[in-house]
Design a protein around this ligand. Structure first.
Ligand code: SAM
Length: 248
């Protein structure tokens, strides 16, 4: 998937993944993460997900990262918010911010731990503190197979920057599994074995739930699927110092 692919999807309004409701797995399972209300939460490949508002409502500082400026503008406009917009150049991001909610428009793979932390600072330039948690719904499964190892490594690197504090660094991951021969992604099927292959080195993996999602997604039945399962995981960074050293 090139950036152009996603830009075109937003330009044409082909955003079938977007929901006008909160994600049921987020509201049901978020409390299972061992993080405080003050935790800073990263939402990679965030689109204009309402889930970010819910996370901010829990007291979190929320950092979404999204390629499309159309998505960022729509997110704030649709929710009656007027963001302050800052060009972070030479960093390749535009920062949209309202109070505790920040969206960076740019490529997730260009995000550094330093930029993530600084972006959450209310002035946009200081030390906003480490990222404690990640919410991934339709991010991992939006990426083609060859990009997923880099995505998993990048997530752990961003969370590892939390190494200076002693709190857990965790992620709520909602993955999707189906017979990949029945439909082309995105969304791609990322089954349990692949989740473990991608994350087990850096994270302890706790499966939280599996959910038959086909009935609620008739568009996928129309595209040929006879089975569609959402898997929900809690990932906890194992050894912050060790993981950091591995990546040096
Ligand atoms: C399937 S959508 C999911 C959006 C959101 N997570 C949700 O639940 O509604 C994937 C989103 O990731 C964005 N995206 C794709 N690749 C990206 C990248 N490398 N960096 C930032 N955003 C990206 C796309 O523009 C798209 O909005």
């Amino acid at each position: 998937m090139t950036p152009e692919f996603w830009h075109q999807r937003w330009q044409r309004g082909e955003i079938g993944w977007h929901s006008e409701e909160l994600n049921r797995h987020l509201t049901e399972h978020w409390s299972k993460l061992h993080i405080g209300a003050e935790a800073r939460v990263l939402v990679p490949l965030c689109g204009k997900a309402l889930d970010m508002l819910w996370l901010a409502g829990q007291g979190h500082r929320v950092l979404g990262v999204e390629l499309s400026p159309i998505a960022a503008e729509a997110f704030f406009r649709d929710n009656g918010l007027t963001p302050q917009v800052t060009d972070l150049s030479p960093a390749p991001f535009l920062r949209f911010a309202v109070d505790e909610l920040v969206l960076l428009v740019g490529d997730f793979f260009d995000l550094t731990p330093q930029l993530a932390q600084a972006s959450l600072d209310s002035r946009g330039g200081g030390d906003g503190g480490a990222i404690h948690a990640v919410y991934d719904r339709a991010a991992l499964i939006a990426l083609p197979p060859q990009s997923r190892p880099a995505y998993a490594a990048h997530l752990s690197k961003l969370l590892c920057a939390a190494g200076s504090h002693q709190e857990p660094a965790e992620s709520l991951l909602v993955s999707l599994d189906y017979d990949q021969s029945q439909m082309q992604g995105p969304p791609f099927a990322v089954g349990d074995a692949e989740v473990r292959a991608l994350f087990a080195e850096a994270f302890a993996i706790e499966p939280l739930a599996s959910f038959d999602a086909l009935a609620e997604n008739p568009r996928f039945r129309e595209r040929g699927l006879d089975q569609l399962t959402e898997h929900v995981y809690r990932l906890e960074l194992r050894d912050i110092a060790g993981a950091l050293a591995d990546r040096r």
